[in-house]
Design a protein around this ligand. Structure first.
Ligand code: TYM
Length: 331
């Protein structure tokens, strides 16, 4: 049987890229007979400066979004990373088995550190914490977008390194890249870059909580080009191609069908059509989310219950690790 684990940062709100590229697939994964865990990784979020009150509300909003998208705490363990202390403990041990050269070469680190004058240590060791998230629950499969593949590779290497040093303990996890749009949704403002929670210009991403008019406005302002036809060419026309990918993801039409149906539309008209399709797709999710956010106490209870389930499993793994590594403590 598979143990499936994935994580998402509450750095900002859940956006269309995370939803279509990741969370929508998570919802399907919990329908099978697998053991499934989803983690809101708040400790990952603080690797770059966060305002405490904002982080707090984003964590609740992320939990609400996941539930609104269809993640079911009755089928999956839904929890918040920092409520389970073993994540950081295991990360320390794994960090002692990781070289600095290895971490310095990871593309996401290079990308994120390039925008910082002073690079926090946390940003550097971030993938080690991610490996701990995965290994702590003996996850066999990790559903992620393409941007995370190197991090899963590191987790799998660390499982082998640990096993070699201390005896068979961890399974090497493998990535599950699901859906044709995993990791591929681009920013509406900079269509050569991925849609991301951390892009300073919020018009680049569509949050699941955005009101219909906000969604329309963002699509209206989407960067395209001066060709007034709708066809797919990601190299030459990243903006329009990204709109078509979004269209495909929410309507289920193929790119050919979209192109045929959009004959005669200008790019400006097409933007509005995609906006409407997105608004319609998000309406029920947004409604459930607003409903959930009215009861933060209830959300907190769900997260605490998830943490209880996670803690029990994490404690077992940590105990085994502690003994193998030779850390003295009660048996
Ligand atoms: P994060 O929070 O950046 O993204 C969560 C998931 O969304 C996918 N994704 C996208 N998919 C399509 N288009 C996009 N524009 C887009 N942007 C993001 C990501 O691939 C990811 O699957 N390091 C991880 C969080 C993490 C984790 C883990 C994941 C921490 N521990 C353990 C798996 C297992 C991250 O920053 O994801």
């Amino acid at each position: 049987p598979r143990t499936i684990l994935s994580g998402i940062q509450p750095t900002g709100e859940l956006h269309l890229g995370n939803y279509l590229g990741a969370v929508r697939q998570w919802v399907q994964l919990q329908q099978g007979g697998d053991d499934v865990l989803f983690c809101v990784v708040d400790l990952h979020s603080i690797t770059l400066p966060q305002d405490p009150a904002t982080l707090h509300s984003h964590t609740l909003a992320m939990a609400a979004s996941l539930l609104a998208c269809g993640i079911d705490p009755g089928r999956a363990v839904v929890f918040q990373q920092s409520r389970v202390q073993e994540h950081t403990q295991l990360a320390w041990v794994l960090g002692c088995l990781t070289t600095m050269a290895r971490l310095g070469h990871l593309p996401q680190y290079k990308e994120k550190s390039a925008t910082q004058k002073e690079i926090p240590l946390g940003l550097y060791v971030y993938p080690v914490l991610q490996a701990a998230d995965i290994l702590l629950y003996h996850a066999t499969h990790v559903p992620v977008g393409e941007d995370q593949l190197q991090h899963i590779q590191l987790a799998s290497d660390l499982a082998r390194i640990f096993n070699k040093r201390f005896g068979q303990t961890f399974k090497a996890p493998q990535p599950l890249v699901l859906g044709q749009d995993a990791g591929r949704l681009r920013s509406l403002r900079q269509p050569t870059k991925k849609m991301s929670k951390s892009e300073p210009d919020a018009r680049g991403r569509v949050a699941l909580s955005d009101a219909p008019d906000v969604v329309r406005e963002k699509f209206k302002k989407a960067v395209t080009d001066f060709t007034t036809e709708v066809y797919y060419d990601p190299e030459a026309r990243p903006g329009v191609s990204n709109l078509m990918v979004i269209d495909r993801a929410v309507t289920g039409r193929t790119l050919e069908e979209i192109q045929a149906a959009s004959r005669g539309l200008t790019t400006a008209q097409y933007k509005l059509a995609v906006a409407e399709a997105v608004v319609e797709h998000l309406a029920p999710i947004r409604q459930r989310m607003n409903h959930l956010l009215q009861e933060p106490g209830h959300l907190d209870q769900i997260l605490e219950k998830g943490a209880e389930q996670a803690r029990e499993r994490a404690a077992k793994t940590w105990n085994a690790v502690r003994q193998k590594v030779g850390l003295l403590g009660k048996l």
